[in-house]
Write a protein that binds this ligand. Structure first.
Ligand SMILES: CC(C)(COP(=O)(O)OP(=O)(O)OC[C@H]1O[C@@H](n2cnc3c(N)ncnc32)[C@H](O)[C@@H]1OP(=O)(O)O)[C@@H](O)C(=O)NCCC(=O)NCCS
Length: 280
């Protein structure tokens, strides 16, 4: 079987959304449009002859890159297509000076990624919930346009690379929510919710290690604004108090993922809730 890879373009959106809907990833044309804005040459379609059979997207943030949305149509699996497309995306990132590539893998895909050289880093839980109780708000305040640069700088100290290209449009989108926790003049934490019609994805959330109290304040304030939405969030499994807070608030576990890296480890000295599974 002869496979070849091409760059994703607008005409592939309907194929991409149809394919990913089989996994209930809830991706729309707008999601692929955003991925293409972030990384125009880093979104790929796999062809078998003239038939489209798979997609993958990546995004680079300087020396860190993120890998996501890998899917092959069911009737073309187990023929090496997934590995071929994944390697193409990895080569694209390494050719663009990315040193460490991250991804979130379903439990039953971990061995597939290990064979590509990825190593297991840590476990995360994806939780979903709806109709939350009301929280008492204290020190948290809504971020304004003038706070965006400070937030991006703060995010960089945890993520180890600037995510300006993804965070700026996300925070500036008036449908989304962004809250900050400050002590005196100092920004200690922030959280974002990406909001669409009836659903919202919480993340990123960044705050100092050991300060789950800040994370809980940020989460509570955002959930007060999202009482109509079905909300999802991906949380490090080790963050017991955040997970307890979310489950007491009405969330339940949907599935597990393993964060995996290819390349040198990244030092992470903070509480870190991903922005999304596909962008880290
Ligand atoms: C994960 C996924 C992309 C892999 O695609 P694929 O085309 O089947 O991948 P490959 O063929 O390269 O490898 C898959 C398996 O087939 C095996 N394989 C590859 N060529 C083979 C061949 N000629 N004969 C038999 N087996 C073969 C591989 O060893 C691999 O084994 P594993 O399942 O134990 O890891 C595909 O299963 C998929 O789209 N799943 C749904 C979406 C998803 O879960 N994406 C990943 C999110 S983390």
């Amino acid at each position: 079987m002869v496979f070849c890879v091409k760059t994703l373009s607008e005409e592939d959106f309907s194929f991409a959304t149809r394919l990913t809907s089989k996994m209930n990833w809830g991706l729309t044309d707008a999601d692929f449009e955003f991925m293409m804005e972030l990384e125009p040459k880093g979104c790929f379609v796999l062809l078998c002859g003239s038939e489209k059979v798979g997609i993958v997207t990546v995004v680079s943030f300087g020396k860190i890159g993120w890998f996501g949305n890998l899917i092959i149509s069911e009737d073309h699996r187990r023929k090496g297509a997934g590995a071929l497309l994944a390697k193409h995306a990895i080569d694209y990132l390494t050719d663009n000076n990315v040193e460490t590539i991250g991804l979130y893998a379903y439990q039953d895909r971990v061995s597939f990624y290990r064979r590509l050289g990825f190593w297991d880093d840590s476990e995360f839980l994806v939780l979903k919930g709806k109709e939350f109780r009301t929280f008492t708000e204290t020190k948290v305040r809504e971020a304004r346009r003038q706070n965006v640069s400070e937030i991006i700088k703060h995010d960089r100290s945890c993520f180890n690379a600037s995510r300006r290209k993804s965070l700026e449009p996300i925070i500036m989108d008036s449908d989304n929510l962004c809250y900050m926790f400050t002590e005196g003049e100092q920004l200690l934490g922030y959280a974002v919710a990406k909001v669409s019609k009836k659903t919202a994805e919480l993340g990123p959330l960044i705050c100092p290690q050991g300060r789950s109290d800040i994370a809980i304040e940020l989460l509570g304030t955002i959930l007060n604004r999202l009482c109509e939405s079905e909300v999802s969030i991906c949380v490090p499994k080790k963050e017991n108090s955040i997970i307890s807070f979310l489950t007491e608030s009405g969330f339940s576990e949907s599935f597990h993922v393993t964060r995996m890296f290819l390349g040198p480890p990244i030092s992470e000295k903070c509480i870190y809730v991903p922005e999304s599974l596909e962008r880290g």
